[in-house]
Design a binder for this molecule. Structure first.
Ligand code: DX5
Ligand code: ZN
Length: 218
């Protein structure tokens, strides 16, 4: 079994981005998670394609962007240009999910579907056919360092039932070494972790511990 660890840059020191990214790359991270927030869909504002374009050349890690914006479609082209490899949109923000997901793929990125904690698993039923992964939010999006919502575990199990054995399921929010094993046992294959990686001074130990505990089970 493989588990991918995706440190979330939201918890990094934004004044030292290149150093922080180099640190998690050397620590053995598999992806770099980028939280793009508009201050409207979520109560926080981060960065957009211009910053992503400056990040891309300083890392070999695939860029895993998580779009928390009210209007995702205009950002698809610019984020593809900026070097994003995977782009997750929230089902709550997309009226025309088929169009949005196929546009992401046509732009050369892997499309993913994100569910807020209170959004039903059944909303995936049709659109999962056009997606390469599902991102289950285990906190309400907007901020790092929040507490994991325990009901997310059973939700991941139900997403796994719905999507079958092969699709990547990422989990985002409050992921730490203590819940990593249970998350993987319930069906998660990518662990996104902000404060439990960037909040520790030894990023190598943080990534290794997450991976070891994830593979060891609950
Ligand atoms: C929250 C973001 C997350 C955030 C996770 O809206 O989507 O990616 O960085 O941070 P932690 O791991 O600290 O909960
Ligand atoms: Zn995220």
């Amino acid at each position: 079994m493989t588990v991918r660890i995706a440190p979330s840059l939201l918890s990094a020191d934004f004044a030292r981005l290149a150093d922080e990214i180099g640190d998690v790359q050397r620590a053995g991270a598999d992806l770099l998670h980028l939280d793009i927030m508009d201050g409207v869909f979520v109560p926080n504002l981060t960065f957009g394609p211009l910053v992503v374009a400056r990040i891309a050349p300083v890392t070999d890690l695939p860029l895993d962007a998580h779009l928390m914006v009210r209007d995702p479609d205009p950002l698809i082209g610019p984020l593809a240009e900026a070097g994003v490899a995977r782009l997750a949109v929230h089902v709550e923000t997309c009226v025309h999910l088929h169009r949005t997901l196929t546009s992401i793929r046509q732009a050369g990125m892997s499309p993913g579907l994100t569910l807020n904690p209170a959004t039903a698993v059944t909303t995936l039923a049709e659109a999962v056919a056009w997606s390469d992964f599902v991102l289950v939010m285990s906190v309400n999006p907007g901020f790092g360092g929040q507490r994991f919502i325990p009901e997310s575990l059973d939700k991941i199990r139900r997403v796994r039932q719905l999507v079958g054995p092969d699709l990547d399921i990422a989990v985002d929010g409050g992921v730490d070494p203590d819940n990593a094993g249970a998350l993987v046992e319930h069906g998660a294959t990518t662990l996104i972790a902000g404060s439990s990686v960037f909040g520790r001074s030894d990023r190598s130990a943080a990534v290794t511990e997450l991976r070891t505990r994830a593979l060891a089970g609950a």
